[in-house]
Ligand binder design. Sequence first.
Ligand code: NAP
Ligand code: HSE
Length: 448
Amino acid sequence: MAAPLEKTKVGIVGMGTVGSGVAKLLLDYGDRTARHAGRTLWLESVVVRDFEKPRGVELPKGVLTDDLTKITKNPEIVAVAHLVGGLEPARTILLDLLESGKDVITANKALLAEHGPELFDRARALGRSIAFEASVAGGIPIIANISQCLSANQIESLLGILNGTSNFILTQMEERDADYDEAVREAQRLGYAEADPTFDVDGRDAAQKLAILAHLAFGARVHWSQIPRQGIDTLDVIDLRYAKQLGYRIKLLASAQLVEDALELHVSPTLVKIGTPLAEVRGAYNAIAVVGDAVGRLFFHGLGAGQMPTASAVVADMIDTVVGRTGITFRTLELWSNREARVTQRDYDNVLGRYYMRFRVDDHPGVLAEVAGALGRASVSIASVLQQETDQLRPGENHVGPQSAGESIVDLVIMTHKASEGAARRAMEDISKLPSVRPGSVRLRIRG
Ligand code: NAP
Ligand code: HSE
């Protein structure tokens, strides 16, 4: 008979969507984790805020508590999954765990993107580690790939759909004609959204994840708030329809590209050609296209949000932590260290791109020429023009042009050739001042 496996005690702080998934994997599939870890991962304590709240997982008696010291004062617990969102008390809890000698596994990208330097410095000083695979792209092992598997490469670009909630909402709107607010509520119900879903839809969550990836892949030291971003909260369903008519889907893309030794970073709703891999990413799936100078192009695709995909990443990190792999990587990578940035960020105004522009204009002679003139003066070249049949003035809209209320207005959609962000922005500002152009002009990036 084989000797019983050694037990390694672990804990969880936070038992919401992700924490419950981690508990399920540890309790129901202990044989699987034991096989990979060479020991039993024994779930000793789970700390929550509200002890009375019903949980989706049945825990052995005495495991659930609302007292963090059940973990911090228990020297037998060596690794803890930190699955509390937000900045505080999440930051204090993570520091308490490190101070009490625990290695930590976290899914909280907001916390890492905001307090990474402090947390990683403290972990290093205490000889502990922080693993964070689940913090970016849920179940896709993108952190391990970038920081370990691709370490022979200079990464040249990363282009990804990094927020499952936004992609889910866009898919629901595009394929089921769902109302925006309804789609947000559904994403919350399914456990994809952050506690405050504003973070998902305004591009902040994707910018935080991009800041983490840019740090690992390029040695960038860019705070997430310095990444230019636009979310899907400003999109109008009419733009999804025009995009489709033109052969594109709109995706919230997070982009990091090394161009002549400077790093171009942004998060933007982007028109992506239908039929290309990123355009076909549906629902809460995430995808990341990585280009490395030795490996070439790689494409990662998988569920980027939700209970079990995220728990899969957390438990794998927990196994790596208890067997010692995380500690080695953590020490050698010197994450968020004082090491100087290897690359600087390019001023967004100088980043080149193609644009989709939509204007609501009075349908009278000369308007197209005025708009084209403003683009020409800014050196923005037109690739195609789409003008809808006439429409009536929308209810409640004030007439700002030279005509009287009730006369027709139309959507004028222009696709441009490559131009700098600064030139495109200035052209839009000039066009918006034209008397025949109504408020609410839209500008989106086009991939390629
Ligand atoms: P959640 O469902 O809101 O769960 C958060 C948990 O934290 C709850 O169980 C809550 O306890 C607990 N908590 C809050 N304050 C606490 C405190 N002071 N002490 C102890 N426990 C406390 O959140 P989630 O969706 O699981 O997300 C957790 C983290 O994972 C977040 O950072 C999120 O960004 C990240 N993440 C989530 C996903 C996803 O798909 N959901 C994917 C990747 C990463 P109570 O239940 O008692 O209120
Ligand atoms: N709210 C996040 C998303 C969870 O929708 O992508 C995964 O980080």
